[in-house]
Ligand binder design. Structure first.
Ligand SMILES: Cc1cc2nc3c(=O)[nH]c(=O)nc-3n(C[C@H](O)[C@H](O)[C@H](O)COP(=O)(O)O)c2cc1C
Length: 255
């Protein structure tokens, strides 16, 4: 199974066997993560693999999903870093699915502050993972997602590769399954918007940008599978328009 195929069968796994995984498998996960290009240039990230016993050293607060391992992403706090983080970690999650492992995002963790040293990178997001207690695969039609018409508008007839990208985007996981992405498809472009929330909380807004990054992972993994060349572009003419319900985030231009 490759990353593209994993999009259609993955689901969140919340129950794990507390058993160790082969070191070679753990190494391959880190190796895969380290080989991924960033969504935006010039953002430094770092990954840590923690065992359950190490968890309390790094995080405080309730751990809602107990797993044998945690994949933790730290990043430089720069423009676009949450989106970049979501884009990277969703590919790690798909890689785990392809390797037969379960994973679950932990979006509410609080990292402990180490008073002795000031961390160079900010904590962003964690994936709990390991061998699942139950089946890790689910068919795409069983995923609870909004209907296509609610998340994407096709302004004209587009080619089948672009349709496939949008179908994969619709299946993206998101915090509390909120599915904040809205896509406007026109010719060879997909414009990505984020639904405005009813809350003004910064935390929720930051998580929404991670969700948008997760969605970009599905769009770009699909483009790669279908040999479509894509560039991410920020179009000033769209970002200057004020929309009532959505914020413009970014566009993909296909060649
Ligand atoms: C950024 C992000 C944060 C999430 N945080 C949590 C979390 O803290 N706890 C949890 O159990 N699930 C968390 N999830 C998983 C979502 O609830 C789940 O992906 C969504 O309900 C869709 O279900 P599915 O992944 O099985 O398709 C998170 C997902 C994302 C993308």
């Amino acid at each position: 199974m490759n990353l593209y195929e994993a999009i259609f069968v993955r689901k969140t796994v919340r129950r794990y066997k507390m058993v160790p995984l082969d070191q070679s498998l753990l190494d391959s996960i880190l190796g895969f993560a380290q080989s991924m290009p960033m969504l935006f240039q010039d953002i430094t990230v770092n990954y840590k693999l923690l065992e359950h016993s190490d968890f309390k050293k790094y995080f405080s607060g309730a751990l809602t999903t107990k797993a044998p391992y945690y994949f933790v992403l730290y990043s430089e706090n720069k423009q676009g870093y949450q989106m970049n983080a979501g884009y990277l970690i969703q590919q790690v999650s798909l890689y785990m699915t392809a390797k037969g492992l379960g994973s679950c995002y932990l979006g509410m963790l609080k990292p402990k502050k180490n008073k002795a040293e000031k961390p160079k990178l900010d904590y962003v997001i964690t994936l709990a993972f390991g061998e699942a207690e139950h089946e890790i695969y689910r068919s795409a039609d069983k995923a609870k997602r909004l209907p296509m018409d609610d998340v994407a508008i096709f302004k004209n007839e587009v080619n089948k590769n672009i349709k496939a990208m949008v179908q994969a985007a619709r299946l993206s996981p998101s915090s509390m399954n909120s599915q904040p992405w809205r896509l406007v498809v026109y010719d060879n472009r997909i414009h990505i918007f984020c639904k405005k929330g009813i809350f003004l909380s910064d935390v929720l807004n930051e998580v929404k940008l991670i969700d948008i990054g997760v969605c970009l992972a599905h769009l770009l993994v699909t483009a790669e599978e279908l040999w479509v060349d894509v560039k991410t572009v920020h179009l000033d003419n769209i970002s200057n328009i004020s929309f009532k319900k959505n914020d413009y985030v970014i566009s993909l231009k296909m060649y």
